[in-house]
Design a protein around this ligand. Structure first.
Ligand code: DSN
Length: 419
């Protein structure tokens, strides 16, 4: 629990919301695959005096005075980020993943240029060119998808065919709801063949890559990676952009983040990024990243044994996308609500070729980054999957399930530090 002494004294309403959220996180089981718990050290950095500081520019080149400590933390964050991902350059200022992607597009493209990225309904992300975003008014987004939804195999032949036809400037990999790994070698070969830059949106798997449990796209020749820092990477909410080796690209990206897109960087968040990256460089983070995947596999085994259809047939990473409408006759929204009542949080999600609408789709998406931070292992994860399915099939009533959720949560308290 955090110390809110001053808020309690000065603002009872905000205090009530903060302690309510703390209690919700402590008592419930968090299965949203893009969420995690940060350490007390990361929280302290976020609450530090650096929130007061304006620091437009970059270390050593700022537009305001008084930057000695701002420079110190930003340089630490940059060096640690480069170390974690074996990158040549890092920009740690993007305020979030969407900002990181937007800054990346504006750094590399002219209006009207084409990006070839993954279809949202096959696991891609809104910022990869969904028509609801303003990005599509400026750039031309074309999509690739899976060849086989049951195995998750991407159609690389079709990707090459489209790439030759539309000549993208960026071939974009990455996803927010795809449970498998890309064939980075094939993607880079296609990008090179058509003269595109290979960019990976690694938001979801950043921690798995940093911890050595997933491949590093830079090892296969990717030019740029964008990511968030708050998912598997277990840092504060924020984004970042890494460049493998090209100084020219790195300079374009720096200009695009500031002054192109953003104003003053959030230095308290950057300090928290530095702390989180320091934690991710410790050997214990490798154990964490490997356990996240083992736990997701254990949950997938339970789904398989109980006849729940999983898009791509299972998982190779931290998340599972299950077709609850096809398998259990309940919608994704209904499933989300039933599980919420039992203290298990996940999200409804569209599945490929969904017959339903985005606000009430056929699928649910869940994953293991947060429960693994709480120290859950494979047996706990399997138990949680059984419990989830018991609730969804009404084999267990919500009151009984909630008691079991609270017992599991109590047995696995949210840690304040990770070693
Ligand atoms: N909204 C994030 C997720 O949950 O995957 C991606 O931006």
């Amino acid at each position: 629990m955090s110390d809110y002494r001053h808020i309690q004294e000065e603002d009872a309403s905000v205090y009530e919301a903060l302690v309510g959220e703390d209690a919700r996180e402590v008592r419930g089981l968090e299965l949203i695959p893009s969420e995690n718990y940060v350490s007390a050290a990361v929280k302290e950095a976020m609450a530090s005096s650096l929130t007061n500081k304006y620091s437009e520019g970059y270390p050593g080149k700022r537009y305001y005075g008084g930057q000695e400590y701002a420079d110190q933390v930003e340089t630490l964050a940059i060096e640690r980020a480069k170390n974690l991902f074996n990158a040549g350059y890092a920009n740690v200022q993007p305020l979030g993943g969407a900002n990181a992607n937007i800054a990346m597009y504006f750094a590399l493209l002219e209006p009207g240029d084409t990006v070839l990225g993954m279809d949202l309904s096959h696991g891609g992300h809104l910022t990869h060119g969904h028509p609801v975003t303003y990005l599509t008014k400026i750039f031309n987004f074309v999509r690739y998808g899976m060849k086989d939804i049951e195995t998750g195999e991407i159609d690389y032949d079709e990707m090459l065919r489209i790439a030759k036809e539309v000549k993208p400037k960026i071939l974009l990999a990455g996803y927010s709801a795809y449970p498998r790994e890309f064939d980075y070698e094939k993607l880079v070969a296609i990008a090179r063949e058509v003269g595109a830059l290979a960019v990976m949106d690694a938001a979801h798997i950043a921690g798995l890559t940093a911890g050595g449990a997933a491949k590093n796209p830079f090892d296969y020749g990717f030019d740029i990676m964008t990511m968030t820092t708050h998912k598997t990477l277990r840092g504060p909410r924020g984004g970042m952009i890494l460049t493998r080796e090209s100084e020219e690209l790195a300079k374009k990206i720096d200009k695009s983040v500031f002054p192109g897109l953003q104003g003053g960087p959030h230095m308290h968040q950057i300090a928290a990024k530095a702390v989180a990256f320091g934690e991710a460089l410790r050997p214990s983070f490798k154990t964490y990243a490997a356990q996240v995947i083992k736990n997701a596999s254990a949950m997938a085994e339970v789904c398989k044994a109980r006849g729940v259809r999983m898009i791509t047939g299972g998982t190779s990473n931290h998340l599972i996308l299950a077709d609850v409408y096809g398998s259990l006759g309940i919608t994704g929204a209904e499933a989300e609500k039933m599980l919420d009542a039992a203290g298990i949080t996940l999200n409804k999600n569209m599945i490929a070729n969904d017959v339903r609408a985005p606000m009430d789709p056929s699928g649910i998406r869940f994953g293991t980054p947060a429960i693994t931070t709480r120290g859950c292992a494979e047996t706990d994860s399997a138990q949680i999957a059984e419990l989830m399915l018991d609730v969804l099939t009404k084999a267990k009533d919500v009151t009984t399930a909630k008691i079991e959720v609270e017992a599991l949560s109590e047995a696995h308290p949210i840690p304040e530090s990770f070693d």
